[in-house]
Design a protein around this ligand. Structure first.
Ligand SMILES: [Zn+2]
Length: 209
């Protein structure tokens, strides 16, 4: 079976390391050739989408650029499905995803997004004419999302620490804490005071007192 029998669009792939991180890949999918006019493009869309999803599944990149700069496109709403971000990024407000447009698809791509897919024309900041700019944009989003993820992790860790601290309860004694030189009383079901028990279990300095 030859793919060319099913679509006149060619699909190429490039993977590059993410510059801003120690690991992770950036996937660029390059489409070229002629996208069929209107519903004649449906087969092209199906083929393009399948190739893109396959590469995404195999590589599992940190960011994706869809490069349409060498593809001619006039109209056909099935192309919209190729523009969907991978499912794992659906919940992200700023998915690490950009597209590159070229002279032979420019107006039509934007018209598809705004007129058919209800995007606000002013929110299309993820469309570029220059692939380096698209890459910079995607890299920035990767960094932002990673920072946000780290913040969420930190917050969860802090919440868990506070819950643990609360659970330990008051220092009821009457015996003193067994940690050397500590003059506090022990908590219930422990030979240590609240702070020393916390630190022994959490393996970190107790932020509470
Ligand atoms: Zn103690």
């Amino acid at each position: 079976m030859k793919w060319e029998d099913h679509s006149s669009v060619d699909v190429g792939f490039q993977a590059a390391p993410v510059r801003s991180a120690e690991q992770g890949k950036l996937l660029r999918v390059c489409f070229s050739g002629n996208y069929g006019y209107g519903s004649a493009g449906n087969r092209d869309a199906t083929y393009m989408d399948a190739m893109f999803r396959a590469a995404d599944e195999v590589l599992h990149p940190e960011g994706v650029i869809l490069d349409f700069s060498a593809m001619a496109y006039q109209w056909g709403d099935m192309l919209g499905k190729v523009l969907n971000v991978p499912d794992r990024w659906r919940a992200l407000e700023e998915p690490p995803f950009a597209i590159v447009e070229g002279a032979d698809c420019k107006g039509a791509l934007r018209s598809l997004l705004v007129d058919d897919l209800d995007w606000d024309a002013s929110s299309l900041d993820w469309i570029f004419e220059d692939v380096d700019q698209a890459r910079e944009f995607v890299e920035l989003r990767i960094t932002k999302n990673a920072n946000m993820f780290q913040l969420q992790l930190d917050r969860k860790r802090d919440e868990a620490a506070l819950a643990f601290w609360k659970m330990l309860g008051e220092e009821i004694g009457p015996e003193r804490c067994r940690s050397a030189a500590c003059t506090r009383l022990r908590i219930k079901d422990s030979v240590l005071c609240r702070i020393h028990h916390f630190e022994q279990i959490q393996h970190s300095a107790c932020p509470f007192s």
